[in-house]
Design a protein around this ligand. Structure first.
Ligand code: SAH
Ligand code: SF4
Ligand code: F3S
Length: 443
């Protein structure tokens, strides 16, 4: 068999796309290798969400040039969001590259690789697929991929929100949902192969069910349907948007036992003027009311969010509104970013008025605050017994296993290796809380 080296940047959607390419290539005679120097085919699945992500890929690409020079038969390709954004430009900047394909090209990876091989030309494929539905054709037979105890399942692709700062609607195209039956079938298959937790995946999962389906299926209905699949122990989803967060979805948290008590709900800013400028289509008051309703339904709800600091025109007091919101909601965790202008987006043309030094000082303050909140929230678990889904052995000295509790905290714990296996749900008493992780002992 030939060997393919695959490397992934960016979000879970890219991880899922890489897995898909691995599977498709496996069926056409490629086995994955961890050694780039042994590969016949090198594919880098790229991200373009922030300037830094883009710079990282370009410098990686330049570093791969000697490899290609040493072995002209090597096929070197770039896939994913930066590939989509750059298209032909990518080849102009880096003429030694053989293929450039966007996220919608994933299903065509084998054909594009063959074209490069047979015609000895570079290929750029960045057209979006024109099919009105979103199908992931099943591949039967042997697979090199086995799901871990927790695994991701795509339910929707693309994004129609067009937040002013964000490149995703341009790199992943229009929103399209996958038929619920197809999703259910995939979950059943994954459970039969050992998955115990499924994370429903999309840039905007709670917009599920509108475009691309024969009959519209609201997101909460999909949750009930997936939750009824025998053998599934936990259900999560990521990422959702406050604008599409319905009352029915809140009630699903109350009614579905296996839907975990955790929600990642990006807020971006704690200030209404900035939210409006970002075109997030909701207010802070609406965000808080979702959280309050959720907390009446599920008092021990764990919450996390995404935050951007230094959006064009953000004043010091507007930034401080973000800190105030973080303290009010008491997020377990935040993914915090300093704004960077992205190609094609409306915000790139706004005067980027916040100086880099101010952006980084603001970012530092959010990180410090989040650290304090995480520590405080973690300490609330001390002495409590939590349910942990075992994901793997622990790398931490003095711990045997690692998993997560319902609120998405990592838990390293000691336990009897003869009795506990990966995929088990184990009761653990929490004895220590350090930053992002909890420590404990199985009981
Ligand atoms: N679909 C999700 C998030 C997608 S991107 C949502 O709507 O919330 C992940 C995060 O990257 C975003 O939530 C945002 O916080 C951050 N991000 C996106 N574009 C950015 C930019 N231009 N500069 C800095 N951070 C950005
Ligand atoms: Fe980007 Fe907004 Fe879509 Fe999220 S909802 S992917 S931030 S445009
Ligand atoms: Fe990056 Fe594309 Fe995901 S830009 S964050 S890989 S959707």
């Amino acid at each position: 068999m030939k060997q393919v080296y695959l490397d992934t940047y960016g979000c879970q959607m890219n991880v899922a796309d890489t897995d898909r390419m691995e599977l498709l290539l496996f069926h056409s005679g490629y086995i994955r290798t961890g050694e780039v120097k042994d590969a016949d085919l090198v594919l880098i699945n790229t991200c373009s969400i922030r300037e830094k992500a883009e710079q990282k890929i370009y410098s990686l690409a330049r570093n791969l040039k000697p490899l290609k020079e040493a072995n002209p038969d090597l096929i070197l390709g770039f896939t994913g969001c930066l590939a989509q954004q750059e298209g032909e430009r990518f080849l102009e900047k880096l003429p030694f590259v053989d293929l450039v394909i966007g996220p919608d090209g994933v299903e065509h990876i084998v054909r594009v690789v063959d074209e490069v091989k047979n015609k000895k030309v570079s290929v750029v494929r960045t057209q979006f697929d024109t099919d009105i539905s979103y199908k992931i054709p099943e591949l039967s037979g042997e697979t090199p991929l086995n799901p871990g105890s927790t695994t991701f399942v795509n339910i929707i692709k693309g994004c129609d929100k067009f937040c002013t700062f964000c490149v995703v609607p341009f790199t992943r195209g229009r929103e399209k949902s996958r038929e619920a039956e197809e999703i259910e079938e995939e979950v059943r298959l994954l459970v039969s192969r050992g998955a115990r937790e499924v994370v429903l995946l999309g840039q905007n999962v709670n917009a599920y069910g509108k475009r691309g389906l024969k009959r519209s299926v609201p997101f909460h209905e999909l949750l009930y349907r997936i939750a009824s699949i025998p053998g599934l122990k936990r259900l999560r989803f990521t990422t959702s948007h406050p604008k599409d967060f319905t009352r029915e979805c809140i009630l699903a948290y109350r009614d579905i036992d296996i839907l975990v008590n955790h929600l990642h709900l990006p807020v971006q800013s704690g200030n209404n003027r900035i939210l409006n400028e970002m075109r997030r289509m909701h207010t802070i008051e609406e965000y808080i009311s979702i959280i309050e309703e959720l907390k009446t339904v599920v008092p021990d709800m764990g919450l996390s969010t995404d935050i951007i600091v230094g959006y064009p025109g953000e004043s010091e007091s507007e930034f401080e509104d973000t800190l105030a919101l973080m303290s009010k909601i008491k997020f377990n965790n935040s993914y915090m970013f300093s704004y960077s202008p992205r190609p094609n987006t409306p915000a790139q043309d706004f005067p980027d008025s916040v100086p880099p030094s101010v952006k980084s000082a603001r970012l530092q303050r959010t990180i410090e605050l989040q650290k304090k909140l995480t520590l405080e929230q973690g300490k609330l678990f001390l002495g409590q017994v939590v349910d942990v889904l075992v994901e793997r052995e622990s790398y931490k000295p003095g711990a045997d296993f690692r998993g997560r509790n319902a609120q998405y905290w990592s838990v390293n714990f000691t336990g009897d290796r003869k009795k506990i296996s990966i995929g088990d749900m184990v009761k653990v008493v929490v004895e220590d809380a350090t930053g992002h992780a909890l420590r404990g002992r199985a009981i």
